[in-house]
Design a protein around this ligand. Structure first.
Ligand SMILES: Cc1cc2nc3c(=O)[nH]c(=O)nc-3n(C[C@H](O)[C@H](O)[C@H](O)COP(=O)(O)OP(=O)(O)OC[C@H]3O[C@@H](n4cnc5c(N)ncnc54)[C@H](O)[C@@H]3O)c2cc1C
Length: 554
């Protein structure tokens, strides 16, 4: 097992060397001390550590650094190593920054410079943080090694799956010497990729998501047969319902088909969520929510897709794709929406090979110093463009409409306009993609003149709206024409204006209740819902109070 890392970053080389020297003297035997002299260099070091599947225990960052402040650096570092303990090194006059950092990056400690003597001022702090890090039961329990081809869509999916579930992983190119060695040692056929090597040395050839999740120590099967509440979908709405269900004593299980966080988990920065004046990354917010749900006793199953819902007497049964079932007294549907696919020649062939739907956080660093194309004119596209502009040489936003004003928040438009690395091309659409193995060229069409232009492009990220995937509810739960689930007052009524057709209870449906009593819908999947993180979380919480009313009166 590699020694856990203690990383320190300070732009003053003398200070940086001094901190590293003090740390090495006390902790060098059991920890690897890594030092950097700028925020971006420290982030590069962290990415490399993550790629190698190593752990970071403590990060010490100077606040006053040019280009990127300590708080800004720690915020991004948290996305890579959310469980690393965080220390800010400040001058006396910077205590305000430290207080901000406590709110923004959940700072563990701030140290005033100079910290001499280290025995009194530095080591006791680092000792307690190392102890806290070691004790945190939520450290990933396993590390997996993924061996695959650079541009294989399935290799990308597995890396994305691991990253979004906070599973530490290491990726090896099959054709590189180390990858080839691993395949040989595992006795795996290099033509059958990707291969995942588990911590105990098993080789999983072309594994399913569930096999990888199991190997990484994530729960994939329910521990009980009957629950009070099954929550389907682990985005903000489902996490909200899980936290409140668990905290209010309901035996709750959350079922998520890919990774908790949903769409919000892919957002690089949510700026309008209550209580985070400086914004918060979706990954940070939803990782904490998952931990909070688990703390309250909610069981979380990942990589399990619910494919059927069946009211069976008073019980509500959900069935999985492998035919197994869970029975509950109540169900909350929180399945959100999925990205719509862009339809033009050549694009489908390159999905995962340069063409991505959503933010593809795992790929952001690979775009360094290259041109990135982003399709879409709404907030999700804008946030992604801002995020990619930190790595890419240039980000080109391709927008079908004549401007961003109709579709994007004002604050984001201002940020984009002020960003010299982002170019916005309005009235422009992608009409073809080409490349061998990986995306190489895009053909763009001017919607006003019809003129076409072919550009060199290796990266295309698509954000063109989303649709609910609720076909599996057909014939069971009432939906609108676009597949969104109808609830409460929106349900179609009998001619007498009272309960919906087939409705049995002697009361009207509760506000978030579907056409099936005891089954509730929350968040983006609900017809006419507000497509926001805050409203999704709020509806999740509210649904739990309605579940209590259903359980009391059924
Ligand atoms: C890039 C991006 C940026 C955004 N930025 C903001 C922002 O700044 N502010 C803001 O307020 N909103 C933002 N949004 C919108 C916000 O993220 C959504 O409104 C919110 O995530 C909706 O939450 P949800 O739980 O209803 O659904 P989702 O987040 O869509 O989660 C649904 C979950 O259900 C799972 N699922 C689906 N079907 C099944 C099934 N059959 N079985 C098991 N699991 C299933 C999915 O895998 C998914 O994880 C952003 C969205 C995106 C994509």
């Amino acid at each position: 097992m590699a020694r856990p890392v203690i990383l320190t970053v300070d732009d003053d080389p003398a200070v940086s060397r001094a901190v590293a020297r003090d740390l090495r003297r006390e902790y060098g035997e059991h920890h690897r001390i890594v030092r950097a002299e700028s925020g971006p260099a420290a982030l590069d070091a962290l990415r490399e550590i993550a790629l190698r599947g190593e752990q970071v225990a403590v990060i010490l960052a100077d606040q006053r650094m040019p280009r990127m402040s300590g708080v800004e650096f720690l915020e991004q570092a948290m996305d890579l190593f959310p469980r690393a303990r965080r220390v800010l090194l400040t001058a006396y006059a910077d205590t305000d920054a430290a207080i901000t950092a406590i709110n923004v990056v959940d700072l563990d400690h701030y140290l005033l410079k100079p910290w001499d003597p280290p025995e009194e001022k530095l080591y006791p702090v680092v000792d307690s943080l190392l102890a806290a890090w070691r004790d945190s039961s939520d450290r990933p329990s396993a590390t997996i090694r993924i061996v695959g081809n650079r541009w294989s869509a399935r290799s990308y999916e597995l890396r994305d799956l691991a990253a979004r579930n906070q599973v530490s992983y290491d990726f090896y190119l099959a054709e590189a010497p180390e990858g080839a060695r691993l395949l040989e040692a595992a006795g795996a056929d290099p033509d059958l990729l990707p291969v995942v090597i588990t911590e105990d040395g098993r080789a999983l050839v072309q594994p399913t998501d569930a096999q990888v999740a199991e190997a990484a120590g994530l729960a994939t099967t329910a521990s009980e047969d009957v629950y009070d509440l099954v929550v389907v979908g682990g985005g903000p709405a489902g996490l909200g319902a899980s936290v409140y269900g668990g905290s209010e004593g309901l035996r709750t299980v959350l079922v998520e088909s890919r990774a908790t966080g949903g769409q919000a988990g892919t957002s690089s920065r949510i700026e309008n969520y209550l209580g985070f004046p400086n914004g918060v990354s979706g990954d940070q917010l939803t990782t904490r929510a998952r931990l909070q749900a688990e703390k309250f006793g909610t069981e979380v199953l990942t990589t399990r897709t619910v494919t059927a819902l069946e009211p069976r007497g008073r019980a509500r049964v959900v069935r999985f794709d492998d035919g197994s079932e869970i029975t509950a007294h109540a169900v909350v549907l929180a399945t959100g929406v999925s990205y719509r696919m862009l339809d033009c020649p050549g694009l489908e062939d390159h999905t995962g090979q340069g063409v991505f739907y959503g933010a593809a956080a795992t790929e952001a660093a690979s775009c360094a110093a290259q041109d990135v194309y982003v399709v879409g004119g709404a907030n999700s596209a804008g946030q992604a463009a801002m995020n990619f502009s930190r790595h890419a040489a240039k980000v080109v936003m391709l927008v079908r409409g004549p401007s961003l004003t109709a579709s994007m928040s004002h604050y984001l438009i201002e940020q984009i306009e002020a960003n010299p690395r982002i170019e916005v091309r309005t009235c422009t659409e992608v009409c073809a993609a080409a490349g061998t193995g990986h995306l190489e060229k895009l053909t763009l069409r001017d919607r006003n003149t019809g003129a076409e232009e072919t550009v060199e492009a290796s990266w295309l990220f698509v954000f063109i709206g989303a649709a609910p995937r609720t076909d599996w509810l057909d014939g069971v739960v009432a939906r609108d024409g676009r597949g969104f689930v109808l609830t409460g007052p929106d349900l179609p009524r009998e001619e007498n204006g009272r309960a919906p057709a087939g409705w049995e209870p002697d009361r009207d449906p509760f506000h978030l209740e579907t056409s099936v009593p005891g089954v509730f819908a929350v968040g983006d999947v609900r017809a006419d819902s507000v497509k926001r993180v805050a409203s999704a979380v709020g509806e999740g919480a509210m649904a739990v109070s309605l579940v209590h009313r259903w359980l009391e009166n059924r």
